[in-house]
Design a protein around this ligand. Structure first.
Ligand SMILES: CC(C)(COP(=O)(O)OP(=O)(O)OC[C@H]1O[C@@H](n2cnc3c(N)ncnc32)[C@H](O)[C@@H]1OP(=O)(O)O)[C@@H](O)C(=O)NCCC(=O)NCCS
Length: 228
């Protein structure tokens, strides 16, 4: 058994270059790591990262969708050696809390997943996302060619009528409340939590996000969970 210390924190504008480098060093066909989206999320408190001894081991963001009151969560990459500790789940919770505290209460949260990405699909279904068969058109803008954009190269290979190579999912209000409740409960006694993976390895995770470290913000999240 091996144990490590890690920190889950909100990224800032100073982290943009390191996050983009992390995507480059950990390439994966399911994650784009777009610089404009990362920069925007860092500047708006919607990019999160996990560090071990100062090195990034996981990143994730929340991005404008182009549609009003619809936020897209994505860009999650947990480095291979650090998978299985539940970091993706905590990155979801951190993003949900940041979105709920800064958007209208009727905000909807969506995510897109490649149908073949079994791990990611498992993890979003566990959070309570459900398939969205008719996603908002704003989410599909990049698929087709248009002014200033080439369109998605995968579109031509899709079956007739298919709009996108990814499946879209939405999280229900109840599932969102349950996820935020889980984040609050996980950090209730202490914002340092212990994560174990199946091999027995232990990760001591220090959660420093204001959403759960600041009592007033915790209270606002409690109110959201209770529908107040
Ligand atoms: C998807 C990813 C972010 C998950 O990171 P992680 O921190 O290891 O995720 P977690 O530990 O929170 O959860 C992983 C879950 O997937 C499960 N899992 C792992 N491999 C799986 C597989 N092949 N099929 C189904 N479930 C799988 C684990 O058992 C665990 O489930 P549990 O929470 O019920 O025990 C990581 O695998 C990754 O970076 N993948 C490549 C990039 C990617 O696909 N990003 C998402 C784009 S939509």
């Amino acid at each position: 058994m091996t144990s490590w210390n890690a920190t889950l924190r909100t990224a800032t504008a100073d982290d943009v270059d390191a996050i983009l480098q992390f995507y480059k060093d950990n390439p994966n066909k399911n994650v784009l790591g777009r610089s404009d989206a990362v920069r925007n999320a860092c500047e708006n408190g919607r990019q999160f990262l996990v560090e071990v001894e100062g090195a990034i081991v996981g990143v994730s963001g929340a991005f404008p969708s182009g549609a009003k009151s619809l936020v897209e969560v994505g860009g999650t990459r947990v480095a291979d050696d650090w998978q299985g500790f539940g970091l993706q789940e905590r990155l979801f919770w951190a993003r949900f809390a940041a979105i709920v505290l800064t958007e209208d209460r009727d905000v909807q949260i969506t995510t897109a997943v490649d149908p073949d990405n079994a791990t990611s699909k498992h993890s979003i279904l566990k959070q309570g996302f459900a398939k969205w068969d008719e996603p908002a058109p704003e989410l599909l803008v990049e698929c087709d060619p248009g002014p200033g954009r080439a369109g998605c190269e995968k579109k031509a290979a899709l079956p007739a009528g298919a709009k996108c190579c990814s499946d879209f999912f939405l999280i229900s209000r109840d599932a969102l409340r349950a996820a935020i409740r889980a984040f609050l409960d996980d950090t209730k006694e202490s914002t340092t939590v212990t994560r174990r993976r199946k091999s027995g390895d232990v990760l001591t995770l220090h959660v420093t996000c204001k959403t759960v470290c600041d009592p007033e913000r915790r209270e606002d999240l409690e109110a959201f969970c209770e529908g107040r």
